[in-house]
Design a protein around this ligand. Structure first.
Ligand code: FES
Length: 104
């Protein structure tokens, strides 16, 4: 069963680990949406349309289980607003196991 592991970094530097594990939950939903289903809000200033980077997450494992970069993500990377191992949670629908770090 695929699992999405979210390492949620708190303002005090401590990290909380949450695991979302269900094939049914994946079904094309974005990381942002999957997290929100569990009560975890990841950014969202632009309403989840890939224009703001407030939903930026670091992909620690499973990058191969995410879709290719969107045009917007490529643009943010070209402008150094998105690092090599970062993705926009609103733009990524995982197909299998992924571990991400969400910073405050
Ligand atoms: S919520 Fe704005 S880019 Fe993802």
């Amino acid at each position: 069963m695929p699992s999405i592991t979210i390492l949620l970094q708190k303002p005090d530097g401590k990290t909380q680990t949450l695991v979302i594990a269900s094939e049914n939950q994946l079904e094309g939903e974005s990381l942002q949406s999957l997290a929100l289903n569990e009560g975890i809000r990841i950014g969202g200033a632009c309403g989840g349309i890939g224009l703001c980077t407030t939903c930026r997450v670091t992909v620690l494992e499973g990058a191969e289980n995410l879709p290719r970069l969107t045009r917007e993500e490529k643009d943010f990377r070209a402008r150094n607003l998105l690092k090599e191992n970062e993705r926009l949670a609103c733009q990524c629908a995982p197909t299998s196991d992924v571990t991400i770090l969400v910073e405050p």
